[in-house]
Design a protein around this ligand. Structure first.
Ligand code: PEP
Ligand code: MG
Length: 566
């Protein structure tokens, strides 16, 4: 709950900022300079377009120019600065948005389209006023709720949790890496809302409810009180769950479940340790890239891995090799040029095409392996050949290290992620090639259902309860069990207590979850017996409707642990 900070599509930050009384004249001058610069730009556009495309098209810009020069509009902006002492940026944004809103509400498609023209003019003015694009969100210095068109995973990772109370994005999806980072940082967030930023101004009060996926603009007193109460309950629940931190994850009938943590940053190990995690089941090492301007060196990799291994004090740490690409990649050969980056050169494919980069990481992992119980895991394996190629490279790096008399753990365990249906279809072959598996449902759902995990328009289709996904999970667990190979599930699904019983019933005995979810999952594990979970799983596997399955699982959880169901 807090004041809105609006970051629009072009990334302008428009806080509700005031200017000092004696600065008003200067600020008005700034406004006039930007109006003049914008007018010159529009006139130049008009002339160029008229020359190239004819007067008909040039007229669009003549209309922009007229709007910009409208004395009523200019007067309104000036008044906000002169009388209310708003900054010109805020005054421009507020006035233009008000105008745009009027057009949008007209019951006339042609006129509604004119709102786009107004936003275009607003952006032009803001560009001149601010002189640069996206301001550094990490520089925020007072508590705000960030309302953005979109945030990249690295922008999210760089938010200062002291001031960023949470965020909302118009685009994205719940399975996106931005959402995953938010969870890692324990930032309340709602994603994929669709357009709404034109309805808010910086400084408006806003509540975001990450549990329900709700954004409440300008809440009334009653709603504020209700949410204050809910937040208090959240804190009480968290404190109660904290009492489980030292307890083992054992079911009522005595089956010990392994609970691992998923981490993106070495600092997250601390919470895993405090909550007695059995190890790190997924270390997303690509996050070493996200905050770095340059490519991480072998030493950067090594230092991060040694820190995590040390801090985990001999418990297993599964280091996943770089899973760059799709929405995670920033500074490697650009998938922006790819028509469909999710199906393109990402993850293990990218590593195998960038052998020096891959070898650097493998060397660092192997060198670090002496400092604890390291494991290596390859992501997004979709055929046997690429797994073998990755293993060959690893063997090659081992040989190099031996030759240069650098020590490492020669028995390091090698695993793969199961995140592509093809890997499940061939699971009987893969069991012969690796020491362990980790099911990545975030991608498995995406690739099974042909639903981009970061696309808001198909977010409702992105569901773990689709029976096809559940069958693939069951097949993988069974095949791994038969071969005596450990298997865990590290997608977001394992961190949601709604699925804990179902997964136990499907035979899962190892969960890798965001550190924030460790206690909730432990709470469920410690309250159930396997027979009961198997009954739940049998029932679910007979159902065919994803929302009905979700409801059923929610009801089951409610019977067991009502405090976990909001
Ligand atoms: C997954 O796909 O489920 C997974 C854990 O990997 P990531 O979310 O990093 O793609
Ligand atoms: Mg994945």
């Amino acid at each position: 709950m807090g004041e809105a900070l609006v970051v629009d599509q072009e990334g302008f930050r428009i806080p509700e900022r005031f200017v000092a009384r004696d600065a008003v004249t200067h600020e008005l001058d700034r406004l006039h300079a930007s109006l003049q610069a914008a007018a010159q730009e529009i006139a130049a556009n008009r002339d160029a377009v008229t020359r190239q495309l004819g007067e008909h098209y040039g007229a669009i810009f003549s209309a922009h120019l007229e709007m910009l020069k409208d004395s009523k509009l200019q007067g309104e902006i000036e008044d906000l600065i002169r009388q209310q002492h708003y900054s010109p940026e805020y005054a421009v944004s507020r006035t233009m948005r008000r105008y745009a809103k009027v057009f949008q509400l007209l019951d006339n498609a042609f006129m509604a389209e004119r709102a786009t023209d107004i936003f275009d003019i607003e952006k032009r003015l803001l560009r001149h006023l601010l002189g640069r694009r996206r301001e550094e969100l990490s520089q925020v210095t007072s508590p705000v709720v960030i309302l953005a068109h979109n945030l990249t995973p690295s922008e999210t990772a760089n938010l200062n949790p002291k001031f960023a109370l949470g965020f909302v994005t118009e685009s994205g999806g719940p399975g996106s890496h931005t959402a995953i980072v938010a969870e890692a940082m324990q930032l309340p967030a709602v994603v994929a809302t669709g357009p709404f930023l034109t309805d808010v101004s910086g400084g408006d009060r806003v509540i975001i409810d990450g549990d329900q996926g709700l954004v409440i603009l300008q809440p009334d007193e009653e709603t504020i009180a209700r949410y204050q109460h809910a937040a208090e309950e959240h804190r009480t629940l968290a404190a109660r769950l904290e009492s489980l931190a030292d307890q083992p994850a054992v079911t009522e009938d005595g089956v010990r479940i392994q609970l691992y943590g998923n981490i993106e940053f070495p600092q997250e190990v601390e919470m895993c340790r405090r909550r007695s995690a059995d190890g790190i089941g997924l270390y997303r090492t690509e996050f070493l890239y996200l905050n770095a301007g340059a490519e991480p060196t072998e030493e950067t990799h090594y230092d991060a891995y040694v820190k995590v291994l040390h801090d985990m004090q001999g418990k297993p740490v599964c280091i996943r090799t770089l899973d760059l690409g799709a929405d995670k990649l920033r500074n490697l050969p650009s998938p922006e040029d790819e028509r469909n980056p999710v199906l393109g050169l990402r993850s293990i494919r990218l590593s195998l095409r960038n052998v020096p980069l891959f070898r650097t990481q493998l060397r660092a992992i192997l060198r670090a392996s002496l400092h604890g119980e390291a494991q290596i895991m390859f992501p997004l394996i979709s055929n046997l050949q690429e797994l073998r190629q990755a293993k060959m490279l690893l063997a090659d790096v081992m040989e190099d290290l031996q030759e240069s008399q650098v020590s490492y753990d020669p028995n390091i365990k090698i695993g793969m992620m199961v995140e592509v249906p093809a890997a499940v279809m061939l699971i009987d072959r893969f069991v012969q090639e690796v020491d362990f598996f980790s099911i990545g449902t975030n991608d498995l759902i995406q690739y099974t259902l042909a639903v981009d995990r970061g696309n808001k328009d198909v977010a409702s289709l992105y569901t773990a309860t689709n029976p096809a996904v559940l069958r693939l999970i069951r097949t993988t667990i069974r095949a791994a069990d038969r071969a005596g190979k450990p298997v865990n599930l590290c997608g977001q699904m394992s961190g949601s207590s709604m699925y804990t019983m179902l997964l136990l019933g499907l035979g899962l005995r190892q969960y890798s979850v965001p550190p924030a979810a460790l206690l909730e999952i432990k709470r469920v594990v410690r309250s159930v017996n396997i027979k009961q979970c198997e009954r739940v799983a049998r029932r679910v596997m007979q159902m065919d409707n994803p929302p009905a399955i979700k409801n059923y699982l929610r009801e089951q959880l409610k019977l067991l642990a009502p405090e976990l169901v909001s």
